[in-house]
Design a protein around this ligand. Structure first.
Ligand code: FMN
Length: 163
C-alpha cells in the first residue's frame, strides 16, 4: 500500500495540513508539492490539498486533479479564510468534485487558514467583500493545533477506507 500526499500552497497553510496528514500515515508514503509530482501512478490513495481561491479550486490544483488517472482514489483537503462548514468552502469542494468526476473521492477535509493581510486590506475597502474580509480576519491563528489533530484523524479515516 502506498500513499501520495500532494498539495498546492501559496502561503504555507495548506502545506502544514499536508505535513500533518503525512505524519499520520503509516503505510509507504511520499510528500510532494504539486510542482514536484512527476508520476502519479501506483498510489493506492492520493491526498490532495489546495487553498480555496475565489470560492473555487486554484488553476494549478485544478490541472493536477484533472490529470489524474481514472479510478484513482483521492481524498481532498483544503484551507480557507471563511468559517469551517460555510458556504464558500463547500462550493470549492463541489468544484473539486466536478473535476474529479472520473476519480474515486473518499472524502474531504477543510479547515481555516490565515489570509494574506494584503488581501484582507484590499477586500475591506470594497462594500461587496467587507463582510467576508471581517470573517476572514478570524482565521489569523489557523491552522492551529486542533486543525492539525483533526487533519490527522481525517487521514486515518481515509486509510481505513482502503481496507
Ligand atoms: C487570491 C485569494 C483568494 C482567496 N479566496 C478565498 C475564498 O474564496 N474563500 C475563502 O474562504 N478563503 C479564500 N482565500 C483565503 C485562503 O484560502 C486561505 O488563506 C488559505 O489558507 C491559504 O492557503 P495557503 O497558505 O496554503 O496558500 C483566498 C486567498 C487568496 C490569496
Amino acid at each position: 500500500m502506498k500513499a501520495l500526499v500532494s498539495y498546492y500552497s501559496a502561503t504555507g497553510n495548506t502545506k502544514k495540513i499536508a505535513e500533518a496528514i503525512f505524519e499520520a500515515i503509516h503505510i509507504e508514503k511520499e510528500l510532494q508539492p504539486v510542482e514536484e509530482v512527476k508520476n502519479f501512478s501506483g498510489y493506492d490513495i492520493i491526498f490532495y490539498g489546495f487553498p480555496v481561491n475565489a470560492h473555487s479550486v486554484p488553476g494549478k490544483a485544478a490541472r493536477f486533479i484533472s490529470g489524474l488517472p481514472a479510478g484513482q482514489k483521492i481524498a481532498f483537503f483544503s484551507t480557507h479564510g471563511s468559517l469551517r462548514g460555510g458556504q464558500l468552502p463547500k462550493q470549492a469542494f463541489e468544484h473539486a468534485l466536478g473535476l474529479a468526476a472520473k476519480l474515486k473521492v473518499l472524502g474531504n477535509f477543510g479547515c481555516r487558514g490565515k489570509v494574506d493581510p494584503k488581501i484582507i486590506d484590499a477586500l475591506s475597502k470594497s462594500p461587496e467583500h467587507k463582510t467576508w474580509a471581517e470573517e476572514a480576519m478570524g482565521a489569523i491563528d489557523h491552522p492551529n493545533k486542533n486543525d492539525l489533530a483533526d487533519a490527522k484523524t481525517f487521514a486515518r479515516e481515509m486509510l481505513a477506507k482502503l481496507s
